[in-house]
Design a protein around this ligand. Structure first.
Ligand code: DOR
Ligand code: ZN
Length: 343
């Protein structure tokens, strides 16, 4: 069986920086034409000038003959001035702003500590129509880690949507039935990305035969009923749900540790993994809309003209992949995917 679709884009991707760009950029460029690139570097990408320089470093790592268009984002801090938002809107490189509640995830220590401090900056985003992308979890230690996304909806997203009814918002990597319901009932200006790992795994994967650091990401995997809600949303006709891998590479030793980092690497086989989830749901006919149409429609960009073909043939996944001087462990390491991309 062969499935030809419009070349997809990844609307949520971590590429990191420096020498590892040569290891992770080619994997993304192989299957995606464009990607929204996350700004949680150390130090974070907070200005248009930094985003433009980072974009050039990414482009230097694109293999000759491949096309890949990195769509940059700014990292919102307590001190991002409204003038930087206006500059971002004018720049051709920057397409959105990302909010990390401080302490929510990898490299979020410069994130927002108080939503009151960012009001004017967010108002400017609404005014110039620049999307706000959210890591949607509260960070209070007393909130159960499995409830942090649901509580975020009540405490932050709901009031924000009421205050800025026209602001374009993407709730990134949604993991719960609650988020799916919220996005469904919100206006067309509120969308969500869904990862391949949250479509394929529930929280049992974290403890399958022992503790599995390579299945740890944030927001953490949830129970089966939530996974099913994500599959329903992704395979529905609702234009608010589109592809964002959240592929997040970390060196093996940083994950296999007594305090391992959050992040699952899927860029090596993302489309193949999504195809499995859609096939399992009997919805392969919806993959193109989810992967290639709804994202550019939301961002106001043209759909891609190129095509990519998936064939239903097994593909072996390496046990580890190079990552600078180290290695990373990809999703499905040492196992197979049911699909592969045709040469
Ligand atoms: O699992 C995650 N990894 N979630 C995030 O929000 C960040 C990401 C990363 O940068 O490693
Ligand atoms: Zn992410």
């Amino acid at each position: 069986m062969r499935l030809e679709i419009t070349k997809p884009d990844d609307w949520h991707l971590h590429l990191r920086d420096g020498a590892v760009l040569r290891d992770v950029v080619p994997a993304a460029a192989r299957q995606f034409e464009r990607a929204i690139v996350m700004p949680n570097l150390k130090p974070p990408v907070t200005t248009v000038a930094e985003a433009e320089a980072y974009r050039r470093r990414i482009l230097d790592a694109v293999p000759a003959g491949e096309s890949f268009d990195p769509l940059m984002t700014l990292y919102l801090t307590d001190r991002t001035p409204p003038s930087e938002i206006e500059a971002a809107k004018r720049s051709a490189a920057v397409h959105a702003v990302k909010i990390y509640p401080a302490g929510a995830t990898t490299n979020s220590e410069n994130g927002v500590t108080d939503w009151g401090l960012i009001r004017e900056t967010v108002a400017e985003m609404a005014r110039v129509d620049l999307p706000l992308l959210m890591h949607g979890e509260v960070t209070d230690a007393e909130i159960d880690v499995f409830d942090r996304e649901r509580v975020f909806l009540e405490r932050h997203l709901s009031p924000l949507c009421a205050d800025f009814p026209n602001l374009r918002v993407v709730l990134e990597h949604v993991t719960t039935a609650d988020s799916v319901a919220f996005v469904r009932s919100a206006g067309d200006n509120v969308a969500a990305t869904i990862t391949a790992h949250h479509l394929l795994w529930n929280r049992n994967e974290l403890f399958r035969g022992g503790i599995r650091p390579h299945a740890f990401c944030l927001p953490v995997l949830k129970r089966e009923r939530h996974r099913q809600a994500l599959v329903e949303a992704a395979t529905s006709d609702d234009a608010s749900f589109f592809l964002g891998t959240d592929s997040a590479p970390h060196a093996r030793g940083r994950k296999e540790s007594d305090c391992g980092c959050a992040g699952i690497y899927t860029a090596h086989a993302a489309l193949e993994l999504y195809a499995e989830a859609f096939e399992d749901a009997g919805a392969l006919d919806k993959l193109e809309s989810f992967a290639s149409h709804r994202g550019p429609d939301f961002y106001g960009l043209p759909r891609n003209e190129g095509k990519v073909s998936l064939v239903r043939e097994e593909q072996e996944i390496a046990a580890e992949l190079p990552y600078g001087d180290e290695v990373l462990i990809p999703m499905r390491a040492g196992e197979k995917t049911r699909w592969r991309i045709a040469d």
